[in-house]
Design a protein around this ligand. Structure first.
Ligand code: GSH
Length: 231
C-alpha cells in the first residue's frame, strides 16, 4: 500500500489526486486539523521534513513531480495521464510537469520573499530589467504564460488531461491572487469564484474544470476531511 505523508492543503494533495485518477489505493498519514504537528511528524520519515513523502514498500521518496513520475511508471503504464513519448503532447507534458515546481512555485515564493524584503526596507539585489518579462513579477510571468498556453488547448499538454495538469494546479491557485496584488488565504484559494481570477479567464476555466473532476473531488475530500485549513 502506498502511504502519503501529508499536510492538509499542501503539495501532498497532488499524489492523492493522481492515485485517485488511476484508481490505485493509498493511505494518508497526517494529523487532522493540525498543520504544525503534521509537519513536525514528517521528520520521522525523511530528513527533508517536507510534504509529500511517499512510502511504497522499501521506496521512500520526496519531490512531488518525481513521485508522480514514479507512480505513473509503476502503476500507470499506458495511462493517458502520461502521453506516449512519440506523441506530440510529450514535450509540453514534460515541460509543465517540471515547470510547476522548478519555475512556477520558485518564482511565486521568490516574489513573497522580495515583498518581505521590501517591507523591511532591504535594498534589492536585482536591478529592474527592460522588456515584458522585466515589467512583470514572477507570479505574473507564470500566470500569463499559463493563460496563453491554455488559450491554445484546455490542458497543459494539449487536448488531454495529464499529470502535468495535476502539477500545475497548485502554483496556479497560489499564484493567481499574487499576480494581481490580491491576498487570499490557503482556505480561500480553494475556491474558483474569486474576482481576481477574472484577470486570467483561461486559468479560471482550467481551475473550474479541475474542480469538476470526480478524482479531484475525492482527493480533496480525503486530504482535507474537515475542509481547507486556515493556514
Ligand atoms: N518541491 C517540493 C516542495 C515540497 C515542500 O516544500 N512542501 C511544503 C508543503 S507544500 C513543506 O513541506 N514545507 C515545509 C518545509 O519545507 O519545511 C515538492 O514538490 O514536493
Amino acid at each position: 500500500m502506498i502511504t502519503i505523508r501529508h499536510i492538509e492543503g499542501r503539495r501532498s494533495e497532488r499524489v492523492a489526486w493522481l492515485l485517485e485518477e488511476l484508481g490505485v489505493p493509498y493511505e494518508l498519514d497526517f494529523i487532522q486539523g493540525d498543520i504544525l504537528r503534521s509537519l513536525l511528524a514528517l521528520e520521522a520519515h525523511h530528513e527533508m521534513r517536507m510534504a509529500p513523502i511517499v512510502t511504497d514498500g522499501d521506496v521512500v521518496m520526496v519531490e512531488s513531480g518525481a513521485i508522480l513520475e514514479y507512480i505513473l511508471a509503476r502503476y500507470g503504464k499506458g495511462s493517458s495521464l502520461r502521453p506516449d513519448e512519440a506523441s506530440p503532447a510529450f514535450a509540453a507534458y514534460l515541460e509543465f510537469l517540471h515547470f510547476a515546481e522548478g519555475t512556477a512555485m520558485a518564482k511565486i515564493l521568490a516574489d513573497r520573499m522580495m515583498e518581505a524584503a521590501k517591507a523591511a526596507d532591504a535594498p534589492s539585489a536585482m536591478p529592474k530589467l527592460p522588456g515584458l518579462a522585466g515589467s512583470r513579477t514572477g507570479a505574473q510571468r507564470v500566470l500569463h504564460y499559463a493563460e496563453n498556453t491554455l488559450a491554445k488547448a484546455p490542458y497543459f499538454a494539449g487536448d488531454q488531461f495529464t499529470a502535468a495538469d495535476i502539477m500545475m494546479h497548485f502554483p496556479l491557485k497560489l499564484g493567481a491572487p499574487a499576480a494581481v496584488g490580491a491576498t487570499a488565504s490557503l482556505a480561500e484559494v480553494q475556491r474558483t469564484d474569486h474576482a481576481y481570477l477574472d484577470a486570467f479567464p483561461n486559468v479560471k476555466g482550467f481551475l473550474v474544470r479541475m474542480a469538476e473532476r470526480p478524482a479531484f473531488q475525492r482527493a480533496m475530500k480525503s486530504t482535507m476531511p474537515k475542509g481547507p485549513p486556515a493556514m
